[in-house]
Structures are given as structure tokens and as C-alpha cells.
Design a protein around this ligand. Structure first.
Ligand SMILES: Nc1ncnc2c1ncn2[C@@H]1O[C@H](COP(=O)(O)OP(=O)(O)OP(=O)(O)O)[C@@H](O)[C@H]1O
Ligand SMILES: [Mg+2]
Length: 505
């Protein structure tokens, strides 16, 4: 029984009187106060009239308003209202739809009373956690929001000062820092605050363009200058005249191209590939890299003279682990953005979840934090992100790993297993899946399991495969208590390959 002093109220919506009766009996004999509704319409009226029930059981197939429609209506009116869908017809599609429209869970009829009771307890616990978040205060102010770069930590304040200092001139700026620390964001901010803001900002990712094409990309080419050059083409420097060019990943630029960049910086002149005309361009250059350029200069893979030309002012972006104070603000900022873009409706974070986010070591810095917030906000079942919505590795980091209630639910049907998988995929908790499979559930069809993974993971803009790979490796390692040899065996890799994958990912 949950620890509550007033009995929790549960509304059962089903057009089948027998089901209503049997479910109500189980629930009321365990101390819950149950109200019944014989149709979607009647149920909606009761929810609207209030006070809202603590939990709703809702049948999927009913005459009149169907369960999925009612679920959407309930959830759009009240994001905190938790709903468990019930059905006698378990299909992948219904389970996916149920979770997509924000059901807390999905159960099969006929009911298994212990399972229903444990589900109710877990839903009421989530409800209590959500209500405990009511005094959440966003830590970001609207000015930061407009600027798009968040951070009040001392290291970020220094970054902002330098941005301010370099905006008035055309000085070349070199931005260094780990991946995802905001190098491009800072470059854009310099441009936005400079007198060049009404002219273009052009970003060129030097690592993404093959060596044989980069010169044409930067400086353009004349017709017939190489096979495939069927017409004249203007390069980024010309297109960006009067504006700011951002040479991202400059450490990946070939030596020959480096020479040409040096020439533009020294003379303000370019020549198109295959051309003889000298063209004057007025472009401010901002460069970025996460490589150790000094070491590259020593190894003679980066031109020393170019290094000094670019490195007139250096902005070193601090990794997120040196900016712990900024995490709550960045979380707020991400949530506000998601709500604004209508990608999620969650605007709060529980204090425990925030503590876990602050304690985590973010290898991928702000980009990784952003992705975690996006994914957690999408799967959160109320209006706040709770610890259980965070990826397992972040929960583990603080010892807040709450064994998800579904482990104890005792799955006895394929569909409940699949629902658990959908949920677990979303919650990134492979352990739950493993336990539910081991608890005697029927064999899974790989196709159906993949359906669920697909539905759960095709949110966000991170490609699916690297994400599955990264998360699968993390999970297997955690399940094997960090034993690389055992984890490699489970994954079907050699130890060396696993080491390398872990490093790469
Ligand atoms: N201080 C910040 N406040 C808000 N969002 C930020 C901040 N820093 C970075 N971001 C966000 O994090 C993501 C990564 O930032 P950005 O692309 O500028 O990083 P980067 O250093 O260029 O990364 P990479 O080295 O991988 O190219 C972006 O979505 C950006 O909006
Ligand atoms: Mg970048």
C-alpha cells in the first residue's frame, strides 16, 4: 500500500460493466476510492468536473469516444493527470500510441491483481513526486534566454567579457574547447554583436569537406578548372563579403589550404580555383578547434605563421564539469526552448533529478546535456522531469538508480513485456528488460522489440544507431559491473574493440 493518509481516488472508465466491477473490487478492497464511468464521454465529464482523480484507468476500445482520444483530451487539459490504458487486444500499434500520447502505462485484460496493484502504487508514487515539484523556480532570466548563451559561472562570465571586447574590432578570434562546449554559439554571438551583423555569418566545417573540394568551397572556382566544374562558382569567402566566416575544426585543414587561408588573412585577397583574377574580400575570420594546435605546430602539421595569425585573441570554452553552477540554468533554457518549439510540454525538473544532472560528468558537454533534457522531457509522464525519466547512467552516477517499478510488475504476456521494453528503451534501462524477459515472459520477436525501440528513439536529432550502440555498451558494462571481458563477450566484440568503441563513443 502506498503511504498516503487520504485514500487515493481512482476513476475507472470502461464500457464493460464486468470489467469495471472486477477492477473496482480489487482496488477498493485495497483501500482506494473508486469512481466508475461507462463511456469515454462520461469519464471526461467526471475528470472535468473535478476534483481530478489521482489516477485514471481507461479502456482503449469503447463505443463512442475511444480510449486514445480520451487520453489525448485528458492529457492536453492536465499534463499531470496519470492514465493507465487497458485493452484486451494487445497490438504493437496500440502500445506505441498509448505511450506516444502520454499514458503512464498500458495493461492487458484480464487483469492480474498483484500486477495492477503494483502499477497503481508506482503511478501514485510518480504522482506524489510530480506534486512535490510544484515550487520549482526557473533559474534563468529572460535576458539570458534572448542571448542564447547561458551561464553565470565565473568561467563563463570571463568568456562573455572577451566576446564583448572583440565585437568592436575585426580581430581574428580562435575558439578552443572540447566538443559541445558552445564554440559555434560563441562565434555567432561575436558576429551578432559586431558591426557585421547585417552581413552574412557563414560556418564552414573544415573536417566535413574532403581536401580536394575545400579550396573550391572556400574560394570558388572557374568553369573547367577541374573535372565536374561545369560553371563558375563563388566560394564562401566571396559570398560572405562584409560578413564573418567561421572556420570550424581548423585543425583538420590540409597544409595546402592553410597556406591560402594565411594569404587571405595577410592580404585580404583570394583567387578562385583555376582563376587568375585577384579578388578583394572583406571578411572577419573566427576559427575553432578541439585539437591541440600547439602540438600540431610542433609536429609541423599546422603552419606556425597561420597559428599566430588566427590566435590573436583566444577564447577557451570551459567544459561543463567546470561550470556546475550553470547546469540548472542550461536545463531551464533547454526546457523553455522545447516548450517554445512545441517539442515537449515539460517545464520543470524535480530537485532529485536536477541533483543527478549536476553530479553527472558530461563528456559531451552542453550538447549532451541538451540531448538528455530533450529525451527526458519527451518521455516524462507529467509536467516535470523526475529521476526515473533520466538515462540509467545519470541515475547511477548519484546512486539514485530507482529500480523502475515495472521490474516488480511480473510480466506474463508478450504485450506487457513489450510495453516494459518501450518504457525501458525510453528510460534506457536494459536491466528492466532483461529481468522481464528472464521472469518467464514469452520469447520476443526482434522485429516487434525493434518497433518499440524505433518509436522510442526517433525523437531528437541524434542519429539512432550510434545512440543505441553507445547506450547498449554502457548498459552491458553496467550489468557486468564494469568487467570489460564479460561485457565484450555479451556484446560479441573482442576486448580491444570494446575498449576502442568506449573511447570513440
Ligand atoms: N552556454 C550555452 N548555453 C546554451 N546552450 C548552449 C551553450 N553552450 C552550448 N550550447 C548548445 O549546445 C550545443 C552545442 O554547441 P556548439 O555547437 O556551439 O558546440 P561546439 O563547441 O561547436 O561543439 P563541436 O566541437 O562538437 O562542434 C548547441 O545546441 C548549443 O546551442
Ligand atoms: Mg562546432
Amino acid at each position: 500500500m502506498p503511504e498516503i493518509s487520504i485514500p487515493a481516488t481512482i476513476l475507472v472508465i470502461d464500457d464493460d460493466a464486468e470489467i469495471r466491477y472486477s477492477l473496482s473490487r480489487v482496488l477498493s478492497t485495497h483501500g482506494y476510492r473508486v469512481t466508475e464511468a461507462a463511456s469515454g464521454e462520461q469519464g471526461m465529464a467526471l475528470v472535468k468536473k473535478g476534483p481530478p482523480p489521482d489516477l485514471v484507468f481507461l479502456d482503449v476500445r469503447m463505443g463512442g469516444m475511444g480510449g486514445i482520444e480520451a487520453l489525448q483530451l485528458i492529457r492536453s487539459a492536465q499534463a499531470r493527470q496519470l492514465v493507465i490504458l487497458m485493452t484486451a487486444f494487445g497490438t504493437a500499434q496500440t502500445a506505441i500510441e498509448a505511450m506516444k500520447y502520454g499514458a503512464f502505462d498500458y495493461v492487458m485484460k484480464p487483469f492480474d491483481p498483484p500486477k495492477v496493484l503494483s502499477l497503481v502504487a508506482s503511478a501514485l508514487k510518480t504522482r506524489a513526486d510530480l506534486h512535490a515539484v510544484s515550487d520549482y523556480k526557473p533559474s534563468i532570466n529572460t535576458e539570458d534566454y534572448k542571448e542564447g548563451i547561458v551561464g553565470s559561472s565565473p568561467v563563463m562570465q570571463e568568456v562573455f567579457k572577451v566576446i564583448g571586447q572583440v565585437t568592436a574590432s575585426d580581430v581574428t578570434v580562435m575558439i578552443t574547447g572540447e566538443s559541445g562546449t558552445g564554440k559555434e554559439l560563441v562565434a555567432r554571438s561575436i558576429w551578432k554583436h559586431s558591426h557585421r551583423t547585417c552581413k552574412p555569418f557563414v560556418a564552414v566545417n573544415c573536417a566535413a569537406i574532403p581536401d580536394n573540394l575545400i579550396e573550391s568551397e572556400l574560394f570558388g572556382h572557374e568553369r573547367g578548372s577541374f573535372t565536374g566544374a561545369t560553371g563558375q562558382r563563388l566560394g564562401k569567402f566571396e559570398l560572405c563579403d562584409g560578413g564573418t566566416i567561421f572556420l570550424d575544426e581548423i585543425g583538420d585543414m590540409a597544409l595546402a589550404t592553410q597556406t591560402k587561408i594565411l594569404r587571405v588573412l595577410q592580404t585580404g585577397e583570394i583567387q578562385r580555383v583555376g582563376g587568375t583574377e585577384t579578388i578583394r574580400v572583406d571578411v572577419r575570420v573566427i576559427a575553432a578547434t578541439n585539437k591541440d594546435l600547439e602540438a600540431m605546430v610542433r609536429a609541423k602539421t599546422f603552419r606556425e605563421d597561420l597559428y599566430y595569425r588566427l590566435n590573436v585573441v583566444r577564447i577557451k570554452m570551459p567544459p561543463l564539469r567546470e561550470r556546475g553552477d550553470d547546469i540548472p540554468q542550461i536545463v531551464d533554457f533547454c526546457l523553455q526552448n522545447l516548450v517554445k518549439q512545441k517539442k515537449a510540454r515539460v517545464s520543470k525538473v524535480s530537485p532529485e533529478a536536477l541533483a543527478a544532472l549536476v553530479a553527472h560528468r558530461w563528456q559531451g558537454n552542453v550538447r549532451e546535456l541538451e540531448n538528455v533534457i530533450y529525451r527526458s522531457a519527451v518521455i516524462a509522464q507529467g509536467d516535470a522531469i523526475l529521476v526515473k525519466d533520466l538515462p540509467a547512467e545519470i541515475r547511477v552516477a548519484t546512486g539514485t538508480e530507482a529500480s523502475v517499478a515495472s521490474v516488480s510488475r511480473g510480466n506474463s504476456t508478450l504485450d506487457s513485456t513489450l510495453t516494459t521494453i518501450a518504457e525501458s528503451a525510453a528510460l534506457a534501462n536494459a536491466k528492466v528488460v532483461a529481468e522481464s524477459v528472464a521472469s518467464g515472459a514469452p520469447a520476443l520477436s526482434v522485429e516487434r522489440a525493434l518497433d518499440f525501440l524505433h518509436a522510442s528513439l526517433c525523437i531528437g536529432d541524434e542519429p539512432i544507431l550510434p545512440r543505441i550502440e553507445r547506450e547498449m555498451i554502457a548498459r552491458v558494462l553496467a550489468a557486468e559491473n564494469g568487467d570489460v571481458a564479460k561485457a565484450a563477450k555479451v556484446l560479441g566484440l573482442t576486448k580491444a574493440v570494446l575498449h576502442k568503441r568506449v573511447k570513440d563513443l
